[in-house]
Write a protein that binds this ligand. Structure first.
Ligand code: 2AM
Ligand code: CA
Length: 266
């Protein structure tokens, strides 16, 4: 089993850059767009092609490495035992289809459940956010500095409009109060990019009701490397084998939001 992490890191970056190049070239050809769970849950031939590329390459690199991906070409896993790649070939598929920007490739590599290597590649901007646990986080070649405490009243939060308007399954009043407290809100439509922005301090927090392991896995490693906090909305760690809510943030903002706005209210 390859647990020479520098070697795995180099290989992962090569796959990500190759995949990004394939996606950029696809802009000049016609996309095949299908829907999954509902009319707004999109998947394209590129999501599938890129995931198949990762599965094939990772299996050839080291057959003991497991890989779990959104489109289901990898392994179906109930534990994170061993080395596990958690891959979203295109995070923000709706943006990819409608905007040809604001989407990312997201990869998290875990060893017995511990995050080792995290990557979020903004394909159009050619910006790779990456971290090697314990060895720093980077945006391309530039180190990302540790997060500094921030005031909630001066914070920018990422939340989706659907979480703050009347909805039978969403505690929208809880999120609504928070939105009025902070300096501003944003919604980019790619969980991976929103996590990358939290890591860089462009956002101070990101809250969402339901994400999958591949939306979270890469970003969690990068945010934790700069001292940020990634939990679900109940302040618990993710299993990364099931869907869950997400609450990522600057540590001081995370604490203040949890204790003042979320604890006992969800
Ligand atoms: P995707 O584009 O890879 O599907 C949009 O706000 C964000 O939520 C994107 O990161 C998107 O990832 C994710 N997302 C969309 N629908 C989802 C679903 N049904 N379950 C989990 N995550 C979802
Ligand atoms: Ca996806």
């Amino acid at each position: 089993m390859t647990t020479q992490w520098n070697e795995v890191d180099e290989f992962a970056k090569k796959l990500i850059y190759n995949a990004g190049s394939t996606i950029r070239k696809s802009f000049s050809s016609t996309l095949n767009i299908e829907t999954k769970s509902d009319a707004n849950d999109l998947v394209t031939n590129m999501d599938k092609e890129i995931e198949q590329y990762f599965v094939k390459e990772v299996n050839q690199f080291d057959s003991s490495h497991k890989i779990m991906g959104e489109e289901g070409y990898g392994d179906s896993l109930s534990t994170l035992e061993g080395v596990v790649w958690i891959v979203d070939p295109i995070d923000g598929t709706m943006n990819f289809v409608h905007q040809q920007r604001n989407f990312a490739i997201s990869v998290g590599i875990y060893h017995n459940g511990t995050g080792k290597l995290g990557y979020i590649y903004d394909v159009v901007a050619d910006e790779l956010y990456h971290a090697h646990s314990g060895k720093g986080a980077y945006l391309n070649d530039t180190p990302i500095p540790p997060l500094k405490p921030a005031r909630l009243s001066e914070a920018i939060l990422a939340v989706n409009a659907t979480w703050v308007t009347p909805h039978s399954k969403v505690p929208y009043e809880v999120f609504g109060a928070l939105v009025h407290k902070v300096r501003g809100t944003r919604s980019y439509g790619s969980a991976a990019l929103e996590l990358a922005y939290v890591a860089c301090g462009r956002l101070d927090g990101y809250l969402t009701m339901r994400l999958s392991p591949w939306d979270i896995a890469g970003g969690k490693i990068i945010i934790e490397e700069v001292g940020g906090v990634v939990t679900n909305l109940h302040n618990q760690p993710h299993t990364l084998t099931n869907k869950d809510s997400l609450f990522a943030g600057n540590p001081s903002v995370h604490e203040e939001i949890y204790t003042e706005y979320l604890r006992g209210k969800l």
